[in-house]
Design a protein around this ligand. Structure first.
Ligand SMILES: C[S@@+](CC[C@H](N)C(=O)[O-])C[C@H]1O[C@@H](n2cnc3c(N)ncnc32)[C@H](O)[C@@H]1O
Length: 279
């Protein structure tokens, strides 16, 4: 495991991923019934943007710093307000997915954060020490898609955000979804994927369609054109059983996000149903 999220925290990928995460959690809040967020690849939770890693690769300057400076539609306010809440004296910290999710939980809701890297898992345990609504588990996140489902609340979001640094990650994410969906078919799943090689994405979409799982929404934002040799050119999220408002919300948010995150007209966005459009 070479991947360390500290180099990428607050970059354009995090911004888009976390905008989607926050909109999904806000939708769950519409009902009083408790929900659970399960974050299978949680990271260390909180990132110091002045750290050596963040200084060496300051992706956050072209990510969260840009959207804070340029602004986004009102739908982004809960996300941007959360970022500001962690930065009362100017941008110095970026809250990762478990910290953002925790920020939005009500007393009846729960968070389960799974992380395999011992150092990051330890940091996450410190972050949530004494928090009875949160459980941090040092474990292979792919295992959480089996035994940990369905959650006892029977409502919730499973965020799967692997580093895509190992062979077979595309197959593992599809296989993980199939396994999880058999156990918890009504759950919402948000699966992150990198846009690096267009052919990988085409194969991924075919594999997702072949699962027969209904209600799969594909959300993508690119900040540059694909190139050879391949380089990350965009960020994608598959959302299974999305809130019915998510498509419309992202149609409003993504054009503004592209304007903020991509240089002079080089970016683009798309939203498409891979299977079973919601009615
Ligand atoms: C992209 S980062 C997660 C970022 C986080 N979800 C966020 O949005 O703030 C991926 C994380 O997965 C961890 N990881 C890698 N392989 C894993 C595995 N098999 N199970 C759980 N975590 C893993 C890495 O250590 C890294 O912290």
């Amino acid at each position: 495991m070479n991947y360390r999220h500290a180099f990428h925290a607050g970059g354009f990928v995090d911004v888009v991923k976390h905008l989607i995460l926050v909109r999904i959690i806000l939708y769950f809040q519409r009902k009083a019934a408790a929900f659970r967020v399960i974050d299978t690849h949680a990271g260390r939770g909180r990132y110091d943007l002045t750290s050596r890693e963040a200084e060496r690769s300051p992706e956050w300057r072209d990510g969260i710093a840009r959207v804070l400076a340029k602004g986004l539609p009102d739908l982004a306010a809960p996300y941007l307000d959360a970022i500001r809440a962690f930065n009362p004296d100017g941008l110095a910290t970026y809250p990762g997915s478990p910290v953002l999710a925790r920020h939005l939980l009500r007393p009846q809701d729960r968070l389960e954060a799974v992380e395999l890297h011992p150092e990051d898992a330890a940091a996450l345990k410190d972050e949530f020490a004494g928090d009875i609504q949160t459980r941090v588990i040092e474990l292979d996140g792919w295992l959480a898609l089996g035994a940990h489902l369905p959650p006892k609340e029977k409502r919730g979001l499973v965020l799967v955000d692997p580093p895509f640094e190992e062979e077979g990650e595309w197959e593992r994410i599809v296989g993980g979804l199939v396994k999880a969906h058999k156990r918890f078919a009504t759950g919402t799943y948000a699966l992150w994927y990198p846009l690096k090689e267009p052919q990988e994405i085409a194969d991924f979409v075919i594999a997702l369609r072949a699962t027969g799982i209904p209600k799969i929404l594909r959300i993508e934002l690119t900040i540059r054109k694909p190139s050879t040799p391949s380089r990350l050119y965009g960020t994608g999220m598959i959302v299974v059983n999305p809130p019915f408002v998510l498509e419309a919300e992202m149609r409003e948010l993504l054009p503004a996000a592209v304007n903020a995150l991509a240089d002079d007209g080089r970016g683009a966005w798309r939203i498409e149903w891979i299977s079973g459009e919601m009615s």
